[in-house]
Write a protein that binds this ligand. Structure first.
Ligand code: CDP
Length: 219
């Protein structure tokens, strides 16, 4: 099986690019952020606060997170319910990075992610894929972009969905989230030593996809 790991900060373009590259290569795209988001949604629904580690862990350990694919799209199931329509909001994003620091939360998903990579050729994106989930991945990519670019992309994405938002607030949220993801003790966002950096600030989607495909084909 071929395993490709893509890590990087929020809004760097990982999911858009990984999805297109996977389609072209005939690989399965695994979006690990969505799995963490599903668990954050479960916590929000149960009224648990992010700082309540024990309660958060209990909720996450008790729910069932799984994924399936429909027309090539990844669907995240929370206790069997398709939660894709609810997990891409800023509220869920903030909650996600707050609970993703806990060991019990991460353990829950680690095995599921490794299993997926054992069974199929995958492009998996997240924060700790090259460093922790798939340390033996065939290709490791660290995808990044300036915080202004990343905020602009997230702003456009939310606007397209009809969600009212303010670009300064989004940039602030993104910087805060990156800091928390990078400074946590367990599985922080970090460039693996053997990762190749793609800075997508001044690259089109097509150029970034081509860069990923070239790396995979060359591996
Ligand atoms: O799409 P975006 O980059 O904004 O976020 P995402 O990939 O959906 O991830 C949301 C949050 O989940 C991140 O800010 C991390 O805190 C957490 N996450 C993680 O800890 N480990 C992963 N492998 C993926 C996401």
């Amino acid at each position: 099986m071929k395993n490709i790991a893509i890590d990087g900060p929020a809004g760097a373009g990982k999911s858009t690019i990984a999805k297109l590259a996977a389609k072209e290569l005939g690989f399965i795209y695994v979006d690990t952020g969505s799995m963490y988001r599903a668990m954050a949604l479960a916590c929000i629904r149960q009224g648990v606060k992010p700082e309540e580690e024990e309660k958060v862990t209990k909720v996450c350990q008790s729910v069932q997170v799984s994924i399936e694919y429909k027309d090539g799209q990844q669907i995240v199931l929370l206790n069997g319910e398709n939660v894709n329509p609810y997990i891409r909001t800023e509220e869920v994003g903030k909650m996600t990075s707050a609970i993703a620091v806990y060991q019990g939360v991460r353990e829950k998903l680690l095995e599921l992610q490794r299993d997926l990579a054992k069974k199929a050729d995958v492009i998996m994106d997240g924060r700790d894929i090259g460093t922790c989930v798939l340390p033996d991945a065939d290709v490791k990519i660290f995808m990044t972009a300036s915080s202004v670019t990343r905020a602009r992309r997230r702003y456009t994405e939310l606007k397209e969905k009809g969600i009212e938002c303010n670009i300064e607030d989004i940039e602030k949220d993104i910087i805060e989230r990156d800091e928390r993801d990078s400074n946590r003790k367990i599985a922080p966002l970090r460039q693996a030593e053997d990762a190749i950096v793609i800075d997508s600030s001044n690259m089109s989607v097509e150029e970034s996809v081509a860069a990923v495909i070239k790396l995979v084909k060359g591996a």
